[in-house]
Design a protein around this ligand. Structure first.
Ligand code: 16G
Ligand code: ZN
Length: 547
C-alpha cells in the first residue's frame, strides 16, 4: 500500500507529453530532450524493477549518442553490462506510453506478477546512473533518480558524467564482485595497455618514437575522459581536439566522419600525414582517418578495418599458441574464433576476413544482435562499419589461457608462446567486455599497430573498400518494410526485392539492400559497386523504388 501511494504520488509529477508515442527502438528511447522527462522517470522505474528481479546492479544511461545536442535519450544496462534483455522492451514501450499514473501502476503490477518480481522491498536493489555532457542531462538525471527511488528498497547511485561504455563497464564489474570506480576503469585500461606494449616484438620497439595520434572528441564526453586516461600512458602521444568547447556532434565526431567522409571541425591542412581518430558523442564508436593534402576529403578507416586489424592480431596469437610443440601440434584447446558483421560491412572486408580463414556471420543492425552472436564464440569479434564493436572472450577460454600461461611461464620462458598467452589476456582486460568502447578500442588499435610496426597507411592497405553509397528516404510508415536474413532481403512489401535484384544485376560487384531505420522515420538504402558512380547510381535507383 505504501509502495502504491509513493508511486502514484511521484508519477503524478511526471506526465507524458500528450500525443507523443515513443519506442525503445534499437538503442533506447530518443527524442527532443523536452519530451523525455516522464520517459526517463519511467525508465528509472524499469531499471529498478530489473535490479530487483535479477538481484543485481543495473544501469541507466542518459545520452543521445551522435544525435544533435538538443536531443537526448535513455537506455538500460542489464546486469551483464550488455543491453537490456529484449523481452523487457515491450514493457518499456508500454510503461513510457501509459497515459496516467493509475494505468502505469496497473501495468507495473501485471508485469511484476508475470515476471515474478516481488515489490515487498526484500532486496536492496541498486541502479547506477550516468549521463553524457548534454545540458538536458541534468534535469533528466533528476527524473531518473525519482523513478528509481520510487521503488522501495532500490537506491540510485549517480556516477555523474560518463561515457556510455564506462557505465556499462561499471555495471558489469560491480556484478562480478569487482571494484568499479572510474579510477578502476582507467587503471584496468592503462595497465593492460602497458602489458601489450611490454610484449611488442623486439624489432618493432624503435618505431614508437615521434608518432602522434590526433583525436576528435566530438565535443562530447569522450575527449575529457581521454585527457585523464592519456596521462596514465607512456609510449603514446595523443592530442585531443574538440573536447567540449564547440557544439556537440556538429560537424564533428565518428558518425559525421564516417557518413560524410570529410575533415571534421578543428582539423586542417597542418594535420596532413598524421593518424587521426574520431569518437562519437557518448564515446562508444571509433573510426580512424587521415587527411588528404589540399582537400577536405579524408581517407576513412572504419569499423570494418578496425575489426580486420583485431582479427588478424588475435589469429596470429592463437596460431602461436597452437603451433607445433616438439614436433606435435598442440591440440589441448581449439578456440572457436568468430567474426560478426552486419549488412553494412564493406564487401571487401568480408572477403578479406574469409580469405584469412575466419568464420564470418551476419546479424541485423544494432549492438544487441551483434553482441549476442559474438558471445557464442570463445573469442567473438564484432563491429559495425560505423565504428561500434568489441571483442568478447568466453570464461572457459580465459580459464584455459590462465592455465596455459602458468604452465608456459615455467617451461618455455622467453619463447613466443607465453607472450602470446599474456597478450591475449591483456586484450581481454583492455577491450570492454560489456559493450563497444572507443577509448579501449583506440588503445588496442594503437598497441597492435606498434606490435606490427605498421603505419596507418599499411593498415589501410589490408584491403581496398568497394565504393559505397548510403541514402535515406523519408516515409510515413517505416514499418511497412520488413526484412529477413540479417536485413539483406526485403520480405514486405512483396515485389520490391525482385526489383532490387534486377537493378543490382546491372552493376559489376553490385550489392544493395534497404532496411527500416531503428532510430528515425526513414528507410535506409545501402549500395556498393565497383566504382563510386555505379554505387551512387544503384543507390539512387533503388531509393526511387522505395519512394
Ligand atoms: C543505434 C545502434 C547502432 C546502430 C544504429 C542504426 C546501439 C547501441 N546503437 O545507434 O548499433 O548502428 O542505431 O541506426 O545499438 P538506424 O537503425 O537508424 O540505421
Ligand atoms: Zn554512441
Amino acid at each position: 500500500e505504501h509502495q502504491r501511494s509513493i508511486l502514484l504520488h511521484s508519477a503524478s509529477r511526471f506526465s507524458p507529453p500528450p500525443g507523443v508515442k515513443l519506442s525503445y527502438g534499437t538503442a533506447g528511447f530518443r527524442a527532443d530532450a523536452s519530451l523525455l522527462e516522464s520517459t526517463v522517470f519511467r525508465v528509472g522505474i524499469l531499471a529498478a524493477l530489473r535490479s530487483i528481479q535479477t538481484r543485481s546492479v543495473t544501469g541507466l544511461m542518459i545520452t543521445a549518442s551522435h544525435n544533435q545536442e538538443s536531443d537526448n535519450g535513455v537506455k538500460v544496462a542489464d546486469p551483464s553490462g550488455g543491453m537490456l534483455s529484449q523481452h523487457w522492451e515491450p514493457f518499456a514501450d508500454a510503461l513510457t506510453n501509459a497515459a496516467d499514473p493509475n494505468t502505469l501502476l496497473q501495468l507495473m503490477d501485471d508485469f511484476a506478477t508475470k515476471e515474478k518480481i516481488s515489490l515487498e522491498g526484500a532486496y536492496g536493489g541498486e541502479v547506477l546512473l550516468a549521463r553524457d555532457t548534454r545540458p538536458s542531462g541534468v534535469f533528466l538525471a533528476e527524473a531518473a533518480k525519482q523513478g528509481i527511488t520510487s521503488i522501495m528498497g532500490v537506491s540510485a547511485t549517480d556516477m555523474g558524467v560518463m561515457t556510455t561504455p564506462q557505465l556499462h563497464w561499471m555495471v558489469r564489474s560491480r556484478n562480478n564482485g569487482m571494484e568499479a570506480s572510474e579510477h578502476n576503469y582507467y587503471d584496468q585500461l592503462s595497465s593492460s595497455f602497458r602489458c601489450l606494449m611490454e610484449y611488442i616484438p623486439q624489432g618493432n620497439r624503435n618505431n614508437i618514437v615521434n608518432d602522434k595520434l590526433i583525436v576528435d572528441g566530438s565535443d562530447g564526453v569522450g575527449g575529457e575522459k581521454l585527457e585523464i586516461l592519456k596521462k596514465m600512458l607512456s609510449d603514446l602521444s595523443i592530442d585531443v581536439r574538440n573536447r567540449g568547447d564547440g557544439v556537440l556532434n556538429e560537424g564533428v565526431g565518428a558518425d559525421f566522419v564516417q557518413k560524410e567522409k570529410v575533415v571534421p571541425r578543428g582539423f586542417g591542412p597542418v594535420d596532413v600525414g598524421f593518424r587521426c581518430a574520431s569518437l562519437d558523442g557518448d564515446a562508444d564508436r571509433l573510426v580512424y582517418f587521415s587527411i588528404q593534402s589540399n582537400s577536405n576529403k579524408i581517407v576513412l578507416v572504419d569499423g570494418d578495418k578496425i575489426l580486420s586489424l583485431f582479427a588478424l592480431f588475435i589469429k596470429e596469437q592463437l596460431n602461436i599458441l597452437t603451433e607445433e610443440e616438439n614436433g606435435k601440434v598442440n591440440k589441448s584447446y581449439q578456440a572457436r574464433l568468430g567474426v560478426v558483421q552486419t549488412a553494412y560491412a564493406n564487401g571487401a572486408s568480408t572477403h578479406y576476413l574469409k580469405q584469412l580463414g575466419l568464420e564470418v556471420v551476419f546479424t541485423p543492425t544494432g549492438v544487441k544482435y551483434l553482441h549476442e552472436k559474438a558471445s557464442e564464440y570463445d573469442i567473438g569479434i564484432y563491429f559495425e562499419a560505423n565504428g561500434h564493436g568489441t571483442i568478447l572472450f568466453s570464461e572457459s577460454f580465459l580459464c584455459w589461457l590462465e592455465g596455459k600461461n602458468n604452465e608456459l611461464s615455467s617451461t618455455s620462458k622467453g619463447s613466443e608462446q607465453p607472450k602470446a598467452a599474456l597478450r591475449l589476456l591483456a586484450v581481454s582486460k583492455l577491450i570492454n567486455q560489456a559493450v563497444g568502447d572507443s577509448l579501449s578500442g583506440l588503445l588496442l588499435v594503437e598497441a597492435i599497430l606498434k606490435h606490427m610496426g605498421w603505419s596507418m597507411l599499411i593498415w589501410n592497405e589490408l584491403y581496398h573498400d568497394l565504393p559505397s553509397k548510403q541514402l535515406k528516404v523519408k516515409v510515413v510508415d517505416r514499418t511497412a518494410v520488413s526484412t529477413a536474413n540479417a536485413e539483406t532481403v526485403v520480405v514486405r512489401p512483396v515485389g520490391i526485392q525482385d526489383a532490387i535484384n534486377a537493378e543490382t544485376a546491372k552493376y559489376p560487384q553490385g550489392r544493395c539492400f534497404i532496411r527500416p531505420s531503428g532510430t528515425e522515420d526513414v528507410i535506409r538504402v545501402y549500395a556498393e559497386a565497383s566504382s563510386q558512380e555505379a554505387a551512387d547510381s544503384l543507390a539512387n535507383s533503388v531509393a526511387r523504388l522505395v519512394d
